[in-house]
Design a protein around this ligand. Structure first.
Ligand SMILES: *Cc1c(COP(=O)(O)O)cnc(C)c1O
Length: 512
């Protein structure tokens, strides 16, 4: 692969008004959150021109990943990025589709119509899109520990409401210089999610149920991070705490890659010509996935509008349309649970890019003190020039699942259905827009088989485990292999503890 001159890129906190501290990407990945509470951002962005897109088109996914990432993570070298990407996106981890050259593509496209193409991001080990980042990030972190000269191994603690915990376990399992411990609320996760976690493989993993809800588990983890006694016990064993949080740049960067990759594939499949602009619709929660698309666009990928799709928790739809972010509202539990969010942390990165650190710091202060902020009209204009915001309520989501299946013969999960419904609204309001649309699909329909089955048949499934079999029989599609036979796997982590016992459990894990 060509090795040409690359501009070195440093990272800065979104709240650092004087650019006091510029650090390498490895340091940003090791730290996660900045000491001032901000998120790390590159001080400038690389630019990809048409000739580079044309060159990328000829590469495999891991090669594309290394090429794109090398331009953002300039303190990592191309060979290490290639070997990390090959390990992260290997065909045995991603049951993606094999391309014309016989190379596995972890992010296959499905063409729904002459206008609409779906990019499936859920062929990884946990059948949801977080695998795309969490398969690579642990390797980036492991290398960052070497680069920054940090002694000891990272001990990752995660409190999960379901999906993130499993994806983190799969990502960190058996990665050098890391250990991971996941706490889940014993009564707060689905049968499938629980089975996925308690049967987890790997030498460096541990899972415990907590007698309580998600907040109890999360509060417990936060307390342990500050607990001196636990910290000391870890240090004695050569360990230190780290988190797998979605605000880490190491989780965001891998997500930029698949937008470049999808664009190249759309050109290869003659859906577009290289250089044509596309619109992209993303089902959004924490604003990570859609922000990665924004970064790709700001780095030269030909993109028109980014359509931010929300469910009934439409705080982002209102923000984009009205310029006011107001979290003081009712929280709804929906059938697209990974988008049930009132604070979209990565939005801070967009505010920073469009307005700078001083304004961003003010908005974030207002959000934490008052729960609301209103952006300047100049900033609002800048947001609207790139983004459009729509939402789909529960009925619209179910209708989209049913219609897409019946009319397009495509089975989609509730998160993807929200995106499809929002893309349709955008089209209705912009009838003259001729750009092709890329719609991001974030989970396998089998991960939410009960809701999908009910949307299609109008009848509730008997239970979650039988819903997958029923859905398969009804549609003639197959569930991903990692979701089959979960109930027959060996349970390695049967324990449920009280919140008070969490610290002790971490110390025991450190001493293993
Ligand atoms: C996490 C998640 C989302 C939301 O992605 P963000 O990056 O948080 O906006 C959407 N769909 C699924 C299935 C997810 O797991």
């Amino acid at each position: 692969m060509s090795r040409f001159y690359i501009d070195e890129i440093k990272y800065v906190s979104t709240r650092d008004t004087e650019k006091k501290e510029l650090i390498d990407s490895a340091e940003a990945i090791r730290r996660g959150l900045a000491p001032d509470g901000g998120l790390y951002m590159p001080v400038m962005l690389p630019h990809f021109g048409i000739s580079e897109l044309s060159m990328l088109s000829k590469l495999s996914y891991p090669e594309r990943a290394a090429f794109v990432l090398r331009r953002y993570l300039t303190d990592y070298d191309e060979d290490e990025l290639i070997s990390m990407a090959e390990a992260a996106y290997s065909a045995d981890k991603f049951d993606g589709v094999v391309d014309k050259k016989g190379v596995a593509n972890p992010t296959p496209l499905r063409r729904l119509s002459s206008r609409d193409t779906v990019m499936e991001l859920w062929h990884g080990p946990t059948s949801a899109f977080k695998d795309m980042a969490l398969q690579l990030m642990p390797r980036l972190l492991s290398a960052a520990l070497e680069k920054t000269g940090v002694k000891g191994d990272a001990c990752i603690l995660v409190a999960t409401s379901g999906d993130t915990g499993k994806a983190a376990l799969e990502g960190y399992k058996d990665v050098a210089r890391t250990r991971i411990m996941v706490f889940y609320p014993a009564e707060g996760v689905s049968v499938v999610q629980k089975l996925q976690m308690v049967t987890q493989a790997g030498e460096n993993v541990c899972v415990a149920g907590v007698d309580g809800n998600f907040d109890d588990a999360q509060t417990g983890v936060k307390r342990i991070f500050r607990d001196e006694k636990v910290g000391e016990a870890l240090r004695e064993k050569g360990l230190f705490f780290s988190s797998a949080n979605s605000i880490n740049w190491g989780r965001l960067a891998p997500q930029i890659v698949y937008y470049f990759s999808a664009y190249c594939d759309m050109a290869s499949e003659n859906i577009i010509k290289l250089g044509d602009e596309i619109d992209i619709t993303v089902p959004t929660g924490n604003f990570g996935n859609i922000f990665a698309a924004y970064i790709a666009a700001a780095s030269g990928l030909p993109v028109g509008k980014l359509i931010c799709a929300s469910n009934t928790n439409k705080v982002l739809t209102d923000f984009i349309n009205d310029g006011v972010y107001d979290r003081r509202r009712e929280f709804f539990t929906t059938i697209s649970p990974s988008m049930d969010i009132l604070i979209s942390s990565n939005l801070e990165r967009l505010l920073y890019m469009l307005s700078g650190p001083a304004e961003t710091t003010e908005y974030m202060k207002a959000l934490s003190e008052e729960g609301v902020y209103k952006i300047s009209s100049k900033l609002h204009k800048a947001v609207l020039s790139r983004f459009a915001g729509y939402f789909a309520d529960e009925d619209a989501c179910r209708a989209a699942i049913k219609e897409t299946y019946e009319r397009k013969h495509y089975l989609c999960d509730p998160h993807t259905a929200v995106a499809l419904a929002c893309a349709e609204q955008y089209r209705k309001e912009n009838p003259d827009e001729k750009r092709k649309m890329l719609i991001v699909s974030t989970a396998s329909p089998y991960k939410f088989a009960g809701s999908v089955l009910e949307a299609i048949t109008g009848q509730a499934a008997k239970d979650e485990l039988s819903a997958a079999a029923e859905l398969s029989a009804l549609t003639g599609t197959k569930p991903p292999k990692q979701l089959v036979g979960l109930e027959n796997r060996e349970v390695r982590f049967p324990g449920v503890i009280s919140p008070d016992e969490m610290a002790e459990e971490v110390i025991k894990f450190a001493e293993q």
